[in-house]
Design a protein around this ligand. Structure first.
Ligand SMILES: [Zn+2]
Length: 509
């Protein structure tokens, strides 16, 4: 054998077989089932994979192994910057696949279908991805029915949409489709053009409950809404939301390919979750966002209270509760403060600088931070610093809310509120912040009613940002219409230790 030199080419033939012999005591092979398969492995990776090492501190102590470092390399680590987070075997690759399956099934891999044929008792599919992608792909095959549609991007480019589903699972196809159509248009005009000519969604059985975004190809579990009942208009439309999240990964994850440094996964997961939140806001309205924000907040608070080691600041995030839940919340909060235009333009510029890079350095969390910082005015830099470089919590609450009628349908409201910003260290130890005042929403609401779809609707009579100082404040506001509730940060845009005491019923004297 000869040593391979840089630039050399080597053809390799691999024969890979997966066998389940007998029934294990726990776990099961779910890749291959009677009516299909979902298979992402089968091709050996190059080199050494530290991800497969024993992880738990306890087990490592038992075997006399040193503690494993928790964090990825620092943001400016040259090797980290030139290595991709999802797969370190290669930078972007050319991808071509010929897949065969049984005649009753359709087999799918990333890329555009070139040809389909039958040979013997096998059905063949030939796919080519004609632009470079990460070495991150999957093979799915099943007895599918396919819903075909099309989206037109703002520049006129057409995108073929294909939804591969179990023939009986047609209940929510319109929700998946709507999310793809809305997202393809909105994300393209906001973050930069969609990079493919097709976008696919593929149902797989509920033996696993997740969705995952490969290039133009998204496997999506049966248990994530294919057979869900959404007849109550107040049910959380997670089909629309999760589909939006996975689609957003085509930008955040596939155009922006995170590097292997501390916190870089936020450029994929936090931006995908944030983009899904915005897509949902556009469909359900700004004033109906509390339930979504509250979910993210509760998940973040639960995550940090169950933290077993240390909580990293966001720019170095290393846990799902940080990159999904804290991430979407603080990006939403930033957009709310600096405005939609400034936020969109920062994300667009970030994608312009780093999107679809074939050569390193690849982007990390500090690259996104730099663009957001440039878009944030001096008066609001405190928020960016608090949310990215510190662990910041608020203790906001409404103490009393009184109102008196001062005219025809006019009311004067007096709110007594209390506010305090706190900083936590990585072990959760808190101390009060010292600051002059922060921008926080003050809101007064009429009674909820229902919109034309029978969905509960929030009716703000007043919602404005005030500079709220720490401690107690009294705020007086006049509104038109009968107030029912009022308070501080009513939509839970800030990370608040106790989000439920932010509003109070109005006492009309
Ligand atoms: Zn994701």
């Amino acid at each position: 054998p000869k040593t391979m030199m840089p630039g050399d080419t080597l053809q390799m033939t691999m024969v890979s077989e997966v066998t389940n012999s007998g029934f294990p005591n726990s776990g099961f092979g779910r890749e291959l089932v009677y009516n299909g398969n979902f298979f992402s492995g089968g091709i050996p990776e190059m080199g050494y994979d530290p991800g497969a090492e024993i992880n738990s501190d306890e087990d490592r102590r038992k075997y006399d192994l040193p503690e494993k470092p928790e964090d990825l390399p620092p943001h400016d680590d040259p090797k980290g910057q030139r290595t991709l987070l999802f797969v370190d075997d290669a930078d972007l690759i050319d991808f071509e696949a010929v897949v065969s399956t049984v005649p009753s099934q359709i087999a799918v891999a990333p890329g555009y279908l070139q040809k389909e044929w039958t040979e013997g008792d096998r059905r063949y599919f030939h796919y080519i991805q004609d632009t470079p992608i990460q070495s991150f792909f999957t093979f799915v095959s099943a007895e599918y029915e396919v819903l075909k549609d099309e989206a037109t991007l703002p520049d006129g480019q057409k995108v073929a949409i294909e939804i591969f589903h179990h023939p009986k699972h047609k209940y929510n196809l319109d929700r998946f489709l709507q999310s793809y159509k809305d997202g393809l248009t909105y994300f393209s005009e906001t973050y930069g053009n969609f990079q493919f000519r097709q976008m696919r969604l593929l149902e797989f059985p509920r033996y696993a409950g997740f969705a995952q975004s490969f290039p133009n190809t998204v496997p999506f579990s049966e248990s994530f809404g294919w057979v869900a009942d959404f007849s109550d208009p107040n049910d959380f439309d997670y089909v629309y939301y999760v589909t939006g999240h996975e689609l957003a990964h085509q930008w955040w994850g596939h155009q922006i390919t995170p590097n292997n440094t501390r916190g870089s996964n936020l450029t994929s997961e936090a931006l995908a979750e944030f983009s899904a939140l915005i897509l949902t806001e556009r469909r359900y309205g700004k004033d109906n966002m509390k339930r979504f924000l509250k979910d993210e907040l509760d998940d973040y608070l639960r995550g940090r209270s169950n933290e077993g080691k240390k909580e990293n600041v966001f720019i170095n995030c290393n846990r799902p509760y940080q990159w999904y839940n804290k991430g979407s919340l603080i990006l939403y909060g930033l957009r709310d403060l600096i405005g939609e235009q400034a936020m969109d333009s920062a994300l667009h510029k970030f994608n312009q600088e780093f999107g679809l890079r074939e050569e390193p350095p690849f982007p990390g969390s500090s690259d996104l931070y730099k663009h957001l910082k440039a878009a944030t005015p001096d008066s609001l830099q405190y928020y960016l610093d608090d949310t990215w470089n510190k662990i910041t919590l608020y203790d906001n609450r409404a103490e009393t809310v009184e109102a008196r009628k001062v005219g025809d349908e006019e009311y004067e409201i007096t709110l007594k509120i209390r506010s305090q910003k706190l900083y936590a260290d990585e072990t959760g130890k808190e101390s009060d912040g010292t600051y002059e005042a922060d921008y926080i929403d003050i809101g007064v609401f009429a009674a909820d009613d229902q919109d034309e779809n029978g969905r509960d609707r929030v009716n703000p009579l007043y919602l404005e940002k005030h500079r709220v100082k720490p401690g107690e404040s009294t705020i007086t506001i006049r509104v038109k219409g009968e107030p029912e509730k009022a308070g501080i940060d009513p939509y839970n845009k800030l990370i608040d230790r106790i989000p439920d005491d932010n509003t109070q019923d109005v006492d009309i004297g």
